[in-house]
Design a protein around this ligand. Structure first.
Ligand code: SF4
Length: 186
């Protein structure tokens, strides 16, 4: 059978070998299985991330085995540990340098709420200056919890369009700005 015959009836001849998809969904599928992390590790939760990357848990099954220490080549930032007020502007600058679309995972009690460190020097939750996508509870969270968060983020990346993503980040940044307004006492 010649090429002309195949072109006349492509579906019939190629059957299940051919699938039709929108370009967007192919791009989102590719993105969701290549989410490169920027691990911002300041304390013990960082060790749990190392455990997540090791062979027992093997984060490479989800395509995220390549940690990037340059924000330009990372898709998501994992905040692992306590963040002080002195460190917060540095973390915010690193977040700003990630290319869009970018995501934030808050790993453990310290990053999410300050944890046990209810002191004047510790930020009581990174959502005071970053638009967080997923919070992982625990002190420390187990590697399975980090993998669970990764799978949840993959689902989000796969289903959320770019415009929806932009709107969500804008809304969260507005909330942060509202929370950080100086208090006026009369
Ligand atoms: S949440 Fe617990 S394990 Fe994680 S950085 Fe804080 S004290 Fe360490």
């Amino acid at each position: 059978m010649g090429l002309a015959d195949i072109l006349k009836k492509p579906g019939e001849l190629l059957g299940d070998m051919v699938q039709v998809a929108q370009l967007d969904s192919v791009i989102h599928w590719g993105q969701s299985y290549s989410l490169w992390p920027y691990p911002f590790a300041t304390a013990c939760c960082g060790i749990e991330f190392m455990g997540t990357a090791c062979s027992d848990n093997d984060i490479s099954r989800f395509g995220s085995e390549r940690p990037s220490f340059s924000p330009r080549q990372a898709d998501m930032i994992l905040v692992l540990g306590t963040v002080t007020y002195k460190m917060a502007p540095v973390l915010r600058q690193i977040y700003d340098q990630l290319s869009e679309p970018k995501y934030v995972i808050s790993v453990g009690a310290c990053a999410s709420s300050g944890g046990m460190f209810d002191t004047y020097g510790v930020v009581q939750g990174i959502d005071r200056f970053l638009p967080v996508d997923i919070y992982i509870p625990g002190c420390p969270p187990r590697p399975e919890a980090i993998l669970d968060a990764l799978v949840k983020l993959q689902k989000k990346v796969m289903t959320q369009g770019l415009e929806d993503r932009r709107q969500e980040v804008m809304r969260k940044i507005e909330e942060i700005n509202e929370k950080n307004k100086p208090m006026i006492v009369r």
